[in-house]
Design a protein around this ligand. Structure first.
Ligand code: R5P
Length: 283
């Protein structure tokens, strides 16, 4: 097995190769003056190739398609898409729209596709090969448990939809968890508060799959601070952090942002490499 790191996932690919104890191939990436992309895998590809490439941007996606094509001499190709862009457009809401997640999945030609906490698992049905979606939330739970600065923390989902994600991070480790519920108090007053737990004087980590613009999290941080929470942290699997999300979150009073390396950013403190290596070794 050889691991090929795409331009968006070079660190993660290196970590996966080292966790698997296999070779990391070197690739050349460049952009032509007209902005088209050039990709070349310099080392021998061998019979089994693992491509690691998140597709947070359109050009990341083009790079992935080119890498798959460049591996066409391999007998088996495993494509790891740690963060799959467009997975949130998983339904047709208005007549004439593209089902973007399907449009992205269909052209991927591989033996196996591995994703990490894909936004909707129904998207996996659009790939024409075997798929595995792994859950990185328990790794996030371990990080929260192991860091000394969290004092008796509670992990909260920003809405009921993320309750399962939070439960999988906290339950086995015996960390308290809950979700934020929106309650309408009057015609124009809405209160957002934990459904069951009191956060007063407790450290809180709000965990979601994706932080994109940061609006959902910034609002939750403000509400929890008003309710007397001690330090409020934000955790996510995929730190999209579009535009001024970091500024927005910092201004809301968040103490720290913790994310995985499905998208490689300064806040990517938890690596999903051990999880991916284990999955690949079991294929
Ligand atoms: C949505 O369904 C996701 O789970 C996140 O809650 C959402 O992507 C967060 O978006 P934003 O950071 O823009 O509020």
């Amino acid at each position: 097995m050889k691991v090929i790191g795409g331009p968006s996932s070079q660190l993660l690919a290196s970590r996966v190769a080292s966790a698997l104890g296999c070779e990391l191939t070197v690739c050349e990436f460049k952009t032509f003056p007209d902005n088209e992309m050039y990709i070349r895998i310099i080392d021998e590809i061998g019979p089994e190739a693992v491509i690691v490439q998140s597709t947070a941007t359109d050009s990341d996606y083009v790079a992935l398609l080119q890498l798959i094509d460049a591996c066409s001499t391999a007998d088996r190709i495993h494509v790891v898409i740690p963060y799959m862009g467009y997975a949130r457009q998983d339904k047709i809401f208005k007549r004439g729209e593209a089902l973007s997640a399907r449009a992205m999945a269909r052209p991927i030609e591989a033996d196996n596709v591995i994703t990490v906490n894909i936004h909707e698992t129904s998207v996996l049905d659009h790939f024409q090969c075997n798929t595995v979606n792994v859950n990185a939330a328990p790794l996030m739970g371990q990080y929260i448990r192991d860091m000394d600065h969290f004092r008796n923390p509670v992990i909260l989902a920003p809405d009921e939809g993320a309750k399962g994600l939070v439960a999988s991070a906290a339950e086995e480790l015996g960390i308290d968890y809950d979700y934020l519920e929106k309650k309408r108090l009057s015609g124009d007053t809405v209160q957002v508060a934990p459904k069951n737990l009191d956060v007063k004087d407790r450290d809180v980590v709000i965990l979601d799959d994706i932080v994109s613009t940061g609006s959902t999290m910034a609002e939750a941080v403000r509400m929890l601070r008003e309710q007397g929470a001690a330090d409020v942290y934000i955790a996510c699997i995929h730190p999209v952090l579009a535009g001024s999300a970091i500024l927005k979150l910092s201004r809301s009073g968040v103490v720290e942002i913790i994310a995985t390396d499905t998208i490689e950013k300064a806040v990517s403190k938890v690596s999903v490499a051990p999880l991916l290596a284990k999955t690949l070794s079991e294929l």
